[in-house]
Design a protein around this ligand. Structure first.
Ligand SMILES: C[S@@+](CC[C@H](N)C(=O)[O-])C[C@H]1O[C@@H](n2cnc3c(N)ncnc32)[C@H](O)[C@@H]1O
Length: 330
């Protein structure tokens, strides 16, 4: 018996010389800045996606289980907000687990669109979900949504529900987040909406532990970034030279994550003119991620300024995490 089919749009293709050149250029520019940086989207090769799954199981990593509890507690209201006959567009779907749990709880879209930069991991996860729920039309889109969010031309405009859980919005700084949310509002009509998970400001010790767990899984996730960069850029980072650093910056309300050089070293990678070299002093850092935290009022204001209205929020009893639903104000 043949397996039920998902439709795949692979817009991001690392093997396409043109795209590959663009992503390599982006990596090289970040590495050559005074404060070297690598964007968090490069965490997600197949191993990076698996390491993130492991992070969500850690006792210190409260966001996933707190968000899941909010879904269970407020399922009737979430079901009512989403309505019927909608398209769920899952931004950074990962293993499609959160959408799958909604579907198995009876919140069923007519169409599910899974979007992720980690194309192979998304495809395998989506195919598994399709086997479990063959009646739902499923489309997978492999793309980098920081550049564009190109949806299939035949995707109906009505009842597009963007789903952005897990507090991934925190990877953008607030002005970038506003711009990203505005692009979502522009791609739906008044019958559509946005269901988004947001991590709330809380005690520093809880935040620090969530991003620097005792087992070292987050450290492995962070350091795996260099393995991915080596593969994509033909660079020669030695992972054993780098250690994980993560802390809460209360002034800017964000977790900052870095890789710190254990000794003075030089990293290199090829370019048209020969090899690019970047020297790092002992203790020098590469910035790898920010994760901005919000107050309920702050995120409500951000949604409103990005063109959303009819804003609802559900939270957990400790107010650690919030789930917002909002509609484009048209
Ligand atoms: C923190 S994980 C969250 C996964 C899942 N949504 C959850 O809430 O558990 C972020 C997901 O977004 C994807 N992602 C990160 N940056 C992306 C980008 N620029 N474009 C598309 N997907 C991206 C990653 O591959 C990963 O699956």
């Amino acid at each position: 018996m043949s397996s039920p089919q998902v439709r795949l749009h692979q817009i991001l293709d690392w093997d396409s010389p043109q795209q590959n050149a663009g992503l390599r250029r982006e990596l090289a520019i970040g590495l050559l800045q005074t404060q070297a940086s690598i964007a968090p989207k490069f965490f997600y090769d197949k191993l990076g996606s698996r390491l993130f799954e492991a992070i969500t199981e850690l006792p210190e990593y409260y966001p996933t289980r707190t968000e899941a509890a909010i879904f269970i507690e407020h399922l009737p209201a979430i079901r009512q907000a989403l309505g019927a006959d909608f398209t769920l567009i899952d931004l950074g779907c990962g293993n499609c687990g959160k959408a799958g749990r909604l579907f198995h709880a009876g919140v069923l879209p007519s169409r599910y669109v899974a979007v992720d930069i980690s194309v192979e991991f998304m495809r395998d996860s989506l195919q598994q979900l399709k086997r479990e729920l063959p009646a739902i039309e499923m489309i997978g889109i492999g793309l980098d949504f920081t550049h564009e969010l190109e949806l299939p031309d035949d995707l109906p405009l009505e009842r597009r529900m963007f789903f952005y859980p897990g507090s991934s919005i925190g990877n953008f700084n607030p002005p970038e987040a506003r711009q990203f949310l505005r692009r979502l509002a522009d791609q739906a009509d008044a019958s559509g909406g946005l269901l988004i998970g947001v991590d709330l400001i809380k005690e520093t010790a809880l935040l620090d532990a969530a991003y620097d767990d005792a087992l070292g899984v987050t450290a492995a996730f962070n350091r795996n970034l260099l393995r991915h960069v080596n593969a994509r850029l033909d660079a020669d980072f030695d992972i054993s030279d780098w250690q994980h650093v993560a802390f809460y910056n209360a002034v800017d309300a964000r977790i900052e994550m870095y890789l710190e050089a254990r000794r003075a070293l030089t990293a290199s990678w090829p370019d048209v003119a020969g090899r690019n070299l970047r020297q790092f002093a002992a203790g020098e850092r590469i910035h790898t991620e920010n994760s901005h935290k919000y107050s309920p009022e702050g995120f409500t204001a951000l949604l409103a300024s990005a063109g959303f209205g009819d804003i609802r929020m559900w939270t957990d009893p400790r107010k650690w995490f919030a789930l917002f639903f909002a509609r484009p104000a048209k």
